[in-house]
Write a protein that binds this ligand. Structure first.
Ligand SMILES: C[S@@+](CC[C@H](N)C(=O)[O-])C[C@H]1O[C@@H](n2cnc3c(N)ncnc32)[C@H](O)[C@@H]1O
Length: 221
């Protein structure tokens, strides 16, 4: 990734976390994203780390939404290798001017940890998906017990200030809205995401474990 966008100290830390997290999630993304196709939306694309997994002919168009101006600028550079098949929309999801039932696939990677109202994001995502369309989600989730859970509780507020992310994130309530997904009654189940860990990093340790799921929009909505 080219580092040509001028960043402040906290922004550099956040960028480093985004890149390290994506490297750690390489196997998870390869597995989860293997059947993404058609018209694709990514919400909160950051610097565009998912281009390594989505620059495939099966994807006819990819709209990447990113509200942060500097991240959107870097995202545009990284997605430029896809030419006209990729567009970066600089703004928030609720500002995107697209009709309901527009996208075949929508992806969220480590997004719900960084938004104030995750249930609204999932409502918008659900509206924008075609009936039978797929939502691909990879998130980190607050650990339940043990030393890591304790570290997350202590670090929660300073970490939020530095990176904007909630290390005690819980994506399941927002995803589990009634009647949204085929075959789901009650809570959405998420699988552990396989992680590639080359060396110990306290920052990445704070975010574990990671979970992932693929959901299909129910046909009657
Ligand atoms: C933790 S970063 C993850 C970036 C990227 N998905 C990745 O995996 O590297 C979350 C991103 O979501 C963006 N974001 C926050 N609220 C958003 C919203 N309402 N609509 C779209 N993007 C949003 C932030 O600007 C940030 O870049």
């Amino acid at each position: 990734m080219g580092d040509i966008v001028k960043l402040g100290r906290f922004e550099k830390i956040s960028r480093e976390v985004l890149i390290s997290t994506s490297k750690m999630l390489k196997d998870a993304k390869t597995e989860l994203f293997h059947d993404i196709h058609g018209k694709v939306l990514e919400v909160g694309a950051g610097i565009g780390v998912n281009v390594f997994f989505l620059n495939r002919p099966e994807i006819t168009h990819w709209t990447a939404i990113e509200p942060d101006r500097k991240l959107a600028q870097e995202c545009r550079i990284n997605l430029s290798e896809m030419g006209e098949r990729a567009t970066v929309f600089e703004g928030y999801l609720h500002e995107l001017d697209e009709p309901a039932n527009s996208f075949d696939c929508i992806i969220l990677t480590t997004l719900l940890c960084s938004v104030p109202k995750p249930d609204e994001i999932i409502r918008d995502v659900h509206r924008l998906l075609k009936s039978g369309g797929k939502l691909y989600v990879i998130e980190h989730i607050g650990d339940k017990f043990g030393i890591r859970a304790g570290m997350q509780i202590i670090a929660k507020f300073p970490w939020k200030i530095v990176t904007g992310c909630n290390c005690r994130n819980d994506p399941i309530p927002a995803l589990s809205q009634e009647g949204f997904w085929e075959g789901i009654n009650g809570d959405v189940e998420m699988d552990p995401a396989p992680l590639r860990v080359k060396k110990f990093s306290i920052m990445l340790e704070l975010l574990k474990p990671f979970v992932m799921t693929k959901l299909t929009k129910a046909g009657n909505k």
